[in-house]
Structure formats: C-alpha cells, structure tokens
Write a protein that binds this ligand. Sequence first.
Ligand code: SAH
Length: 223
Amino acid sequence: MCIFIKIILKLKDTLKHKGLRQKLVQILIKKGVTSKIVLDAIGAIPRHLFMDSSFLDHAYQDKAFPIAADQTISQPYTVAFQTELMQVAKGDKVLEIGTGSGYQTAVLCELGTKVFSIERQHELFKITSKFLPKLNYRPKKLIFGDGYKGLPEEAPFKAIIVTAGAPFVPKPLLAQLEVGGRLVIPVGDKVQIMTLFVRTGPKQFEKTEFGEFKFVPLLEDKN
Ligand code: SAH
C-alpha cells in the first residue's frame, strides 16, 4: 500500500468514533463536568488517533492509557477537570507542562488559546510535534525542555497546567502567572492532590485543593 493511503487510513475518524466520543461526553457530564466549551472540545478531538494502535478499541473509555516512552495519555475526566479549572477563553496565552501525546494540547487549541507546551522526553516531543499539525492543531510552540523552569521568555501566562505529578510546586511557575492567572497542578508523590493557585496580586496567591488524582511523575532535569 502506498504511504499516502496508509497515512489517510491512520488518521481516519469514522462515524463510529464520533458516536463513541459523544458517549464519552455523556459520561463526563455525569461525573460533573459542566463547561460546554470543554465538553465540545472533547467531543471534537479524535482521541483514538493520539494512542498506540493496540489501545484503539479503548480510546473512548474514561481511562488513562500508555503512550511512548513509558508515559500515559491522561484520563479524559482528568483532562476535563484540569481544563475547567484553568478557566481560559479564546486568545489567552497558556503554558502546558508535559506535552505527552498532545491530547491536552489539542483541547487547549480547540478552545482557541495560544498554547506553549514543554516536554522533557525527546522521543515524545518529536512524535507529537509532527503529529499535531496533521490534525490541524497548531500550538504557538512545542518546546523540548524542563517544565520545572517554565518558560520565562514568554511569561506572563493566563493559565499554566501541569500534567504530571509534581512532588512540590515549582516557584518559577507561580512567578510566570499574570495577576489573575491560574496554575493547575497535581501535587504529591504516590497520589496527587489537584491544586489550584490563583495569583490575586503581585505577591499574593490563593490556594484551593481538590480531590486525589494519579499521574506519572514530573521528573527533574537529567542534566
Ligand atoms: N498531557 C499529556 C500527559 C502526558 S503524561 C497527555 O494528555 O498525553 C505527562 C508528561 O509529562 C509525560 O509525557 C512526561 O514525559 C512529561 N514530563 C515529566 N516531567 C517533565 C518535566 N520536568 N518537564 C516537561 N515534561 C515532563
């Protein structure tokens, strides 16, 4: 089969997939997700294309799954929960730590935000950088680097989302929020508490804790 046809088949999004996505959206509504723009984004994105082919049949279950480099694509409920907490609107500048499969990045693109996303695994950075434009998702910039440092040259951000479990809250991320900006970060070692920081003033932050979640660890730089 010629490569062109193979690529088309690989990127296929059928009516069956669309139907399964709508069922997933209903599950998320039952679990308490209310934001219409977030639900619409999840209803629009072909999650099965972000996953290893051996998991295709499970793509629309509300579960996390393995991706390359021993990492995971987050559970849709987790993606929806974190995205709701970000409270972003079209045109907002946002930073994601942990690009991974690019699924969360795609959700933020669907919302019309200007997305910067950092990934420390070179293999994933390469795969996802090539893959997202094929689905017409165009984040402002994907960066291969260490998310603990944030992205000072592009700060301040309206929202920052961390999609790996952080043993502590990296100070640079708080410093890179604009006033009124929101950091959504799962904090903890074995399990994480979803935590929201809102910058209420130049030196003031308001912290709110939500339930327990389970993420792969936010790793410190190898170098
Ligand atoms: N948002 C992703 C979640 C991937 S899992 C998705 O939906 O697919 C978390 C990701 O964080 C992994 O890809 C992991 O390699 C990355 N990560 C871990 N520590 C990091 C760090 N210090 N800086 C940037 N990315 C990191």
